[in-house]
Design a protein around this ligand. Structure first.
Ligand code: BGP
Length: 476
């Protein structure tokens, strides 16, 4: 392992910070998601709060008021890197102000300063599943080109203010989520009249893919703005890897699988790393009956704004079959056919460490860019035991197996910059809004409704991971 390997952990502002209206912060789309469960999807209330609903992201883990303690705990684990995001609405409460909110900027100054004091390099996602609700309501989020300018104003402020404190940046979290209908609200800020639930979302692929195009143009422009302000900045893209295997060796299974890799896993990286849409998109769009408006200027922008590195989230894999009669199993963002060789988490996500090695090798062969694993982990119902501890051997086991496979991929020649598992500390689940679906090394004493002391407790995995980092991945 390289000695500068970026070991650490990850979170996202809307899932960890809370303080949703503190110090001038505006409302973001994540603040208007109700809580859900494994069975009941979260509800979207884009225009106002509804009586009787609980909005878990508004309190989250209350990092906003606990960041000092939290960052010191990360320091104690020996983190070299903390992947976090900035809440757009702390900086521009509606997204349209001419000048930024100084109190919001000052908060992140304090966070970055403390991280450096602890020897931790920040890696910042500029937008992680959130945008000002004002931009959602006024422009339908990324469906409008106007949003590009508002995003760029925000990026310019961040790069100018923080370029000496933050070297590593990611433009959007899991941008390829926009290739799926569930990306409408969560990552594209699109609300259709009548949209109520994630699972019942009305979908207009023409609008969604056009919005995704605007988002990728915005990302490419942000890369250029960042590099112009400081040539040393490393600005990457972030993709949710949703790897699939053909269920059988039937050639049609393989063809379907290949199509899914192109259209879901590679759709955005082809643009953001190679600088243009893949050859397969022509037929893909035609089959969907959509026509994108892409100007010559857009094409040039995409070419001129390619990224420095590729960050991925990796949780699980599924199978695909050309036959329709298979029952489906859940997944991070995408359901698939069950793999008879894999076990699943309590949320039905199939655990597949070898799939991580395979995925890293595929990505590196295709793009030859440094890779960063910025999300990987196990959501579980942890218990605070009577001995005052949280014993999570299942999480240690999951992470150990994935780190082993990552090391194999590195030995296979893949350039991996670092590993920041999900999540540094317990946070609100993005898909269900639960606190009980825990991923952290640090337990947060709070339930699904924000009741609790918010006390921080080191889990068994905390001590295990500290030793992994101290031995640079030797002792697993
Ligand atoms: C990724 C998101 C994260 C995160 C994670 C786990 O897709 O980038 O924000 O939450 O998945 O998912 P969940 O919280 O739904 O269990």
């Amino acid at each position: 392992m390289r000695t500068d390997f970026l070991w650490g952990g990850a979170t996202a502002a809307n899932q960890v910070e809370g303080g949703f209206d503190a110090d001038g912060k505006g409302l973001s789309c994540a603040d208007l998601l109700s809580n859900g469960t494994r069975e009941v999807p979260r509800q979207i209330t884009p225009h106002q709060s509804e009586e009787g609903l609980y909005y878990p992201n508004r309190i989250a883990s209350d990092f906003y008021h606990h960041y000092e303690e939290d960052i010191r705990l990360m320091g104690e684990m020996g983190f070299k890197c903390y992947r976090m995001s900035i809440a757009w609405t702390r900086i521009f409460p509606t997204g349209e102000e001419e000048t930024p909110n100084e109190a919001g900027l000052a908060f992140y100054d304090r966070v970055f300063d403390l991280l450096h004091e602890q020897g931790i390099e920040p890696m910042v996602t500029i937008s992680h599943y959130e945008m000002p609700i004002h931009l959602v309501n006024k422009y339908n989020g990324w469906a409008s080109r106007e949003t590009i300018d508002h995003f760029l104003r925000y990026c310019r402020v961040l790069f100018e203010r923080y370029h000496t404190k933050v070297r590593y940046w990611l433009t959007f979290n899991e941008i390829n989520c926009g290739t799926l209908a569930l990306g409408n609200y969560m990552s594209l800020g699109i609300v259709h009249e009548g949209t109520r639930y994630f699972t019942k979302q009305i979908d207009d692929p023409q609008l969604r893919y056009q919005a995704l195009h605007h988002q990728m143009v915005a990302s490419a422009l942000a890369v250029q703005v960042g590099h112009a302000i400081d040539a040393d900045l490393q600005i990457g893209c972030m993709i949710a890897m949703m790897p699939t295997y053909p269920l059988t060796c039937h050639p049609k299974d393989l063809l379907k699988c290949q199509k899914q890799w192109q259209e879901i896993n590679y759709y955005c990286t082809d643009v953001m790393v190679r600088g243009s849409y893949g050859a397969y998109t022509k037929r893909m769009w035609a089959d969907m009956g959509i026509t994108l408006s892409i100007s010559d200027q857009d094409r040039q922008t995409l070419k001129d704004g390619t990224v420095d590195y590729i960050a991925i989230s990796y949780y699980q894999t599924n199978c695909v079959s050309h036959e329709d009669d298979h029952s489906m199993i859940g997944g991070n963002l995408l359901a698939g056919v069950a793999n008879p060789y894999l076990k699943a988490s309590e949320w039905g996500w199939q655990i597949d460490p070898d799939g991580l090695r395979y995925t890293l090798k595929e990505l590196y062969d295709r793009y030859q860019r440094p890779l960063m694993i910025v999300e990987n982990g196990l959501g579980a119902f942890d218990q605070l035991e009577s001995d005052g501890c949280v014993h999570d051997p299942y999480r240690i086991d999951y992470l150990r197996q994935h780190i082993r496979c990552m090391k194999e991929a590195i030995a296979d020649g893949v350039d991996v910059m670092g590993y920041t598992p999900w999540s540094a500390i317990d946070i609100i689940s993005a898909s269900t809004g639960e606190m009980a679906k825990r991923y952290g090394f640090i337990y947060v004493d709070s339930d699904d409704h924000g009741n609790g002391s918010f006390r921080r407790i080191r889990k068994d995995s905390f001590y295990w991971y500290a030793n992994v980092i101290a031995s640079n991945g030797e002792e697993l």
